[in-house]
Design a protein around this ligand. Sequence first.
Ligand code: HEC
Ligand code: HEC
Ligand code: HEC
Ligand code: HEC
Ligand code: HEC
Ligand code: HEC
Length: 510
Amino acid sequence: MENTPQTSDRVAQGKMPGLSRNLISLTGAAIAIASIVGIVFLFSIELLAQRGTPYLGIFTYIIFPAILIFGLLTILVGMLIERRRRHHMAPSMIAQYPRIDFNNPRQRRMISLFVVFTFVFLFVSAIGSYQAFEYTESNSFCGQLCHSVMNPEYVAYQNSPHARVGCVDCHVGPGATWYVRSKLSGAYQVYSVLFNKYPRPIHTPIKSLRPAQETCEQCHWPEKFFGAQMKIFTHFATDEENTPKQIRMLINTGGGSDRSGFVTGIHWHMNIANEITYVSSDDKRQVIPWVQMKDKSGKITQFFAEDAKLSQDQIAGMEKRRLDCVDCHNRPTHIYVPPDRAVDDSLLARRIDRSLPFIKQQALDVLSKPYDTTDDALRNIAVELDKYYRSNYASRYNQLEGSVKGAIKEVQHIFSTNIFPEMKVDWRTHPDNISHYYFSGCFRCHDGQHKSPEGKVVRNDCNICHTIIDQTSGGVSVMPVEGKSFQHPVDLGDFTGMKCTDCHSGGGSN
Ligand code: HEC
Ligand code: HEC
Ligand code: HEC
Ligand code: HEC
Ligand code: HEC
Ligand code: HEC
């Protein structure tokens, strides 16, 4: 393409209007400027405000920067279209490629301006991307942004021992691969929320959860556990006096590594040298028909549940899982406390007046009923409890009124922090495997009927996991009689093969 020196001079000297003087580019510029103003404005709000809201961050670090880049691209596209248009109209006036001439002072100025702008832009977007990264890793992003969807997990988390541990410390962990994986699945989650496709309740992520060695063990490591731990369990009976019953026991937490001492006890399972693998026949992993133990010397023992309806061939074809922290500690932070325990805790802490007759029983009743919405439940709790004391304790109601009001408030609080009808989440949908009292837990294997062909049994004796030191009822010691390790309030014989969950469900009638 031939260019006369005249025209290219005119272009170079800026006598022609600049390529960016077109409608598309001007619109792009307006968009870019507006988003810069938006970012600066929100950023200053965030600096000045005491507490940011989760919605602010998504605009400051994700949406506005995306609009800014869109604006800048629009300017470029506009310029390209304009260039082609001019080239079409007067091919002789526009060179096929722009000519860069450092001898031309105007061009020199433009180019240095461009270089400086590019540097500043790259620098600011590096900061911005880091902020966006940090933001998408924050608890408010994970827990609050999809407020109603994650509400159960977030609320339970805030009341748990891990309330100060970030969601990503357990769900993502360190390293880039899992960051990318989590963002990809996150993109799908955003889609399922927008189109209301998510399941209620949200499925437990065990399959996609990162192995515990890479998350939990960043903070807790097996070498650290040894010895026993003293724990006191306090229950209140469902009688008129709400009689307190206490069990003090040493929990044989045990060690996970030879280096920290004798390897025995509960954490023996996750000693690096021992390997327990199992299959489960349901997706909540509550029914375990087959367990395999490989000990330090490499000896393998297989245990089969006596009541399992699965044949050896079927078991061979099933997915095996190696037992790790999350198989016992499956609710380290999203703990949906069963009403029985929650009410016991409130009575123990005296947030509910213990002298209120039958309050344990009444509170359990209202908490265990099915409700469609949280509002329904809260209203019903207030009405039912008040009605009970008005009609059954009419003569004393005036003295009881204060305690009844207090109890209503506390029971409503228990409901709204542990039971979520909108998401269909409560203690029944998310069993906790750490015990064997309300859920099968340890007794999924330690039920005395997982046996190996050689006749070995996964042990069920009450003393391998804990030793009861003392038991009291209404403050009076009720130590187990000779030969028994636990004094059950109702005589149950010698407990062999007995599942606590047959009678203790955590709700209504215990
Ligand atoms: C201490 C570790 C830990 C922290 C911190 C944590 N989670 Fe979890 N979360 C888990 C484990 C373990 C499971 C799965 C348990 C299972 O498979 O049964 C889980 C399950 C979930 C589930 C699936 C539903 C369920 O209850 O099983 C969601 C949703 C979830 N977490 C969201 C969050 C959010 C949001 C945060 C931060 C507010 C968070 N988690 C913080 C460990 C954690
Ligand atoms: C970022 C660090 C961190 C990570 C990751 C973490 N924890 Fe913890 N965990 C803690 C701290 C801190 C405490 C102590 C809280 C306290 O004393 O109140 C704790 C306490 C616990 C307890 C004792 C709870 C109690 O009732 O006192 C258990 C059990 C536990 N963690 C299990 C887990 C499991 C299982 C995982 C992985 C799914 C995990 N933790 C991941 C920091 C962490
Ligand atoms: C076989 C089941 C089982 C496995 C597997 C297991 N734990 Fe535990 N763990 C328990 C029991 C039971 C307790 C004692 C009861 C309690 O405190 O909740 C306990 C107690 C704890 C405690 C608090 C007590 C202490 O000594 O500090 C922490 C923290 C803990 N476990 C972390 C872990 C981690 C991390 C893993 C994985 C590396 C793990 N556990 C694997 C059953 C298990
Ligand atoms: C997936 C099956 C399975 C689950 C679930 C399980 N265990 Fe075990 N556990 C075993 C097997 C298999 C053995 C080895 C056989 C035996 O010692 O009876 C064992 C052994 C033990 C031992 C003896 C360790 C030693 O010193 O020799 C203790 C203690 C123990 N488990 C505690 C627990 C506790 C507490 C829980 C629940 C939090 C639990 N287990 C859950 C399979 C399981
Ligand atoms: C395989 C281990 C294991 C065996 C066997 C076992 N327990 Fe437990 N038990 C536990 C664990 C773990 C806990 C819960 C510890 C915690 O919550 O921190 C527990 C808790 C308890 C509690 C307190 C429950 C509560 O929440 O108040 C009682 C009572 C109890 N066990 C009695 C028994 C009796 C009786 C037997 C014999 C039939 C037995 N246990 C056998 C592991 C075991
Ligand atoms: C046949 C039914 C049945 C079985 C099985 C059973 N319990 Fe109970 N348990 C009861 C009854 C009934 C009470 C009294 C409830 C009350 O006073 O409100 C009770 C009370 C208790 C209490 C005192 C707390 C309270 O609410 O009064 C503890 C602790 C307890 N059981 C532990 C266990 C353990 C651990 C197991 C399993 C080894 C077990 N129970 C198995 C029926 C049973």
